[in-house]
Design a protein. Structure first.
Length: 623
């Protein structure tokens, strides 16, 4: 309550000072307000509340360099506010928070602010006590965790060394996925901790689901307007009509404007008797202008299985050719369900919408924040079509169905190639997700499309998603790579890059799968690189061959002495693959290796591994 009162008091003083300033009789000069205009402004100032005064101040501050006066005179950019700094911090796994942070910084700069932008993994935490205005854009990873590169920042912020932040103002934009129990948890943790440390909110935290565009844009716009209202000086007008002239640049292919890539290859790379299905896909990026580095991902704009669309139409009784409006575009319902919406995995939004339509008490009981665990379990056991079949609605309208659905999101796959070696191609390693639910075959939206509906010569919309937190070090630096299953994809790219660069640094790969004879992905390539010296060491673990089940973390512990020696010699350690089991087991094995071989305590070994991450020598690409 005291913080709210303090904020309101500050607003009162701002309004009072602003009103007084507007009634001062400034000397008239060329370009100044006329006497009549001054009277109008003075009269208006006497009627404004403090909140209105702040708003109108922000409105006039918004006249940026792009607005022209009559006669061709441009308004010069606003100068930075006097006395307060602005820092935009982001934490990300897939790049969404980074992109939003850059867009926010550009918007703030246009309004005359001077923001500093930093990834939380690069931010010097000791600077926190000197900040004044701080904006966070942070995604939540998995079951409520912060993005892996941001873990060190969270440990500092939530630890005993975090400074008091009295006088600091902040706001948080939290990204998450509402199908997880701990929705937007990383953003909530920062928001709560800053309050505990004495900071004052500039605006309430905004939590965004996977369709975050509108919510993020609203938060960004409001926060920039609020900060622009604090600007106290405006540069004098300058005659610069030509400043508005800009040179058109070719459209860049990105998430919103993907490139249509032609399929060059789509083949199985496991043996006939394999219990898994893994495919190698090659795409043609010629004439796209797309470039990527080893460690980056390829975004794939998927479409839903026609069979799932038909099942949904049948369950609702809706006509495939019914016209619907999606973001100002009219199209048949079947096309909207196939191309625009997530129609397999349900969400809290859909449960709430369907509960409103059906009045089903069982669904209504799953809509509160206190039943998140029960809701997650229900959604795990019921796809959207299962919910509709179980709780049917007679005569439901197409718009009512779509109102409960989330936009179809692109899928990301680690690139399994280096452009230095393959040129205008992009290679992927994909394992289709298939399972049974309620007696019906189900599958992953994108992986089954790649496996079942992506023929050679067909085209798919793609874009490159940079991953600056998963990068090769210098050519002479040793690397250790842990990549079971399809997690080996980026390490194929790493070794292609090192082959193309004739890099001298040693490399060591830990690879694991089910069976040696059928599941040794890219076996011939690893053996070739071993012979040529591009790959220095290879340790494999096949969990379903004869004997006790063996995984990559077991091989790490068997080779603990050499593994620790590599780390002591400056090796970078990389992990790619499943986060829920494998990556956590590998992390634990790494700590145990350090503890055993260095003679450190458990706590000291954890610090050692933590420092590896802080020095960007321990990097993960997990999902």
């Amino acid at each position: 309550m005291k913080k709210t009162e303090a904020a309101n008091g500050s607003s009162d003083r701002l309004g009072s000072d602003w009103s007084k300033a507007m009634t001062v009789q400034l000397p008239l000069h060329e370009g100044a307000l006329s006497l009549e205009q001054w009277r109008l402004v003075e009269g208006l100032a006497q009627t404004l509340t403090p909140e209105q005064a702040r708003w109108i101040s922000g409105y006039f501050a918004g006249l940026d360099a792009g607005l022209m006066r009559a006669g061709g005179t441009a308004i010069a950019p606003l100068q930075a506010p006097q006395g307060r700094t602005l820092t935009i911090l982001y934490g990300t796994e897939t790049g969404n928070s980074r992109d939003l942070a850059k867009a926010l910084a550009a918007s703030a700069t246009e309004r005359g602010l001077a923001p500093k932008v930093s990834d939380l993994s690069d931010y010097k935490v000791r600077q926190l006590k000197d900040e004044e205005d701080v904006l966070f854009i942070i995604s939540t990873y998995g079951e409520g965790d912060p993005p892996q590169p941001s873990v060190a920042f969270f440990e500092f912020l939530e630890g005993p060394r975090a400074p008091k932040l009295d006088g600091v103002r902040f706001s948080v934009l939290a990204l998450g996925d509402s199908t997880y129990e701990k929705y937007c948890e990383a953003g909530k943790r920062i928001d709560q901790r800053f309050e505990e440390l004495g900071a004052t909110r500039l605006s309430p935290r905004v939590d965004c689901d996977i369709d975050y565009d509108e919510s993020a844009a609203g938060w960004s716009q409001s926060i920039v307007e609020l900060l622009a209202a604090d600007l106290v000086t405006v540069a004098a007008p300058t005659v610069a009509a030509s400043a508005r002239v800009s040179t058109a640049t070719p459209a860049k292919h990105d998430k919103r404007n993907p490139f249509s890539a032609r399929v060059l290859e789509n083949i199985q790379i496991v043996g006939r008797h394999s219990t898994k299905e893994t495919r190698h896909v090659e795409l043609d990026l010629s004439d796209s202008g797309l470039t990527y580095q080893p460690g980056d991902s390829l975004g794939f704009t998927a479409s839903n299985d026609p069979r799932v669309v038909e099942e949904l139409l049948e369950a609702t009784g809706l006509a495939a050719d019914a016209q619907v409006t999606v973001k100002d575009a009219e199209l048949p319902l079947a096309d909207a369900l196939a191309e625009r919406f997530e129609i397999t995995i349900g969400s809290p939004r859909f449960i709430e919408q369907w509960a409103n339509l059906t009045g089903a008490r069982e669904l209504e009981a799953l809509t509160g924040p206190e039943v998140a665990a029960e809701r997650v379990k229900f959604l795990y056991e019921h796809h959207i079509v299962d919910i509709i079949r179980r709780f049917p609605v007679k005569g439901v309208e197409a718009a009512s169905l779509l109102a409960g659905l989330r936009p179809l999101q692109p899928r990301l796959y680690s690139l399994a190639s280096s452009q230095a070696l393959v040129g205008d191609e992009a290679h992927l390693t994909v394992a289709p997700v298939r399972y049974e639910l309620h007696g019906t075959a189900r599958g992953g939206v994108a992986t089954t499309q790649i496996a079942d509906r992506l023929d050679m010569g067909s085209a798919i919309p793609v874009y490159v998603q940079e991953n600056p937190h998963f990068r090769l070090p210098g050519d002479d630096v040793p690397i250790v790579m842990v990549g079971p299953g399809t997690g080996v994809a980026p390490f194929r790219a790493f070794l292609q890059e090192r082959e193309a660069r004739a890099a001298a640094g040693r490399s060591w790969l830990f690879f694991g799968e089910r069976n040696f004879r059928s599941d040794f992905l890219y076996q011939v390539e690893w053996q070739k690189w071993l012979e040529e010296g591009v790959l220095s060491r290879l340790d494999v673990a096949f969990s379903r061959d004869a004997g006790a089940k063996t995984y990559v973390q077991h091989r790490m512990q068997e080779q603990s002495r050499d593994l620790f020696a590599w780390l002591e010699e400056g090796a970078h350690f990389y992990v790619c693959g499943d986060e829920k089991a494998m990556a956590r087991d590998v992390h634990e094995a790494l700590i145990q290796v350090v503890e055993r071989e260095s003679g450190r305590s458990r706590e000291a070994a954890e610090d050692y591994v933590r420092n590896l991450a802080a020095e960007h020598r321990y990097q993960r690409d997990v999902y």
